[in-house]
Design a binder for this molecule. Structure first.
Ligand code: SF4
Length: 302
């Protein structure tokens, strides 16, 4: 009897958690769509589905949101079969047909091109994704899609920002909405506010038929692996920092950075007028710098 009760309790707790997760995912995706005006009435949204957890979740949540969206829009799922050895070509068509989603499978052997052009041992992702992008844009044009939706999430966007800072000396992230480099397509990232850990849990709950992303045999970019690990360690030690860093990407103060193209430092003049909104955020903590470094203990703990 006791065992049964415990089981019931565990099941109820799990159902409660899943319900909470579902609400959070739908709310965050809806919020990103609204904040960046990602989807408008009459849009045909081409959802790029790779077989990974992120793009399955993207499609799943968009289908859920469409039922109660304030505007009518169409969805078409597109997968690019890159002809990697062992790619289970039947998995996505079966899944998409089962969900009743209009879909298109594009067949293009980018795998052989990449293998031929990239020297052994070098990372193939850059050329591979460039070729993939080209095919997807072509398909978007052929299908008459007005938006191209990708499954990048909050953690991808933050990792990209840090990688560009660490290895590219640029403050450049991964935008939630952009115009494609050929100038013809609007690309959107409706999972922009969603944490990867939530997508992992959602994929497990929904039992998406995941296609492994290692079929190409490529080693993941070491720099990205390091940055992801660093962020995970950081979040474990200081919970909430990732959210803060992510929020910072939408809260930029050009006058307190160093880009002379964004702020006219050269022509800066006094106004003689106090500015009540002038930045004093950290003034109280600032001092003249370390006098006795050994005596100063900076406690970064919250
Ligand atoms: S992991 Fe493989 S399939 Fe994915 S972008 Fe890199 S080379 Fe292409």
């Amino acid at each position: 009897m006791t065992v049964l009760l415990d089981t019931d309790k565990a099941a109820a707790k799990q159902a409660f958690e899943v319900n909470k997760l579902s609400k959070r995912l739908h709310r965050q995706v809806g919020q990103a769509i609204s904040d960046f005006n990602m989807i408008e009435a009459g849009d045909k949204v081409m959802v790029c589905v790779s077989g990974g957890k992120d793009s399955y979740a993207l499609l799943d949540v968009l289908l859920g949101l469409r039922r109660r969206a304030p505007v009518a829009f169409d969805i078409v799922a597109v997968n690019l079969d890159q002809k990697q050895p062992g790619f289970p070509a039947h998995v996505l068509p079966e899944y998409l047909a089962g969900r009743g989603v209009p879909f298109h499978i594009a067949n293009q052997d980018t795998y052989s091109i990449v293998k031929r052009l990239v020297p052994e041992g070098k990372t193939m992702c850059s050329l591979c994704s460039r070729l993939r992008r080209g095919v997807l844009y072509r398909v978007a044009g052929e299908l008459g899609a007005t938006k191209v939706a990708l499954g990048h999430h909050r953690d991808d966007m933050l990792q990209t920002l840090l990688m560009n800072m660490f290895f590219g000396s640029r403050m450049k992230g991964m935008p939630p909405k952009l115009v494609s480099d050929d100038g013809k397509h609007v690309v959107i990232r409706p999972l922009a506010y969603v944490a990867e850990s939530d997508l992992e849990r959602w994929a497990e709950h929904r039992q998406f038929p995941i296609i492994p992303c290692t079929l190409c045999g490529n080693q993941e970019n070491l720099q990205r692996v390091q940055v992801r690990q660093m962020l995970r360690d950081w979040e474990r030690r200081f919970p909430g920092r990732i959210d803060n860093m992510f929020s910072a990407m939408g809260n930029i103060v050009p006058s307190h950075l160093m880009d002379r193209n964004l702020y006219p430092f050269a022509t800066l003049k006094t106004t003689g007028v106090p500015n009540p909104n002038g930045d004093r955020a950290f003034d109280a903590d600032e001092d003249c710098g370390p006098r006795d470094a050994a005596a100063i203990k900076i406690d970064w703990e919250p």
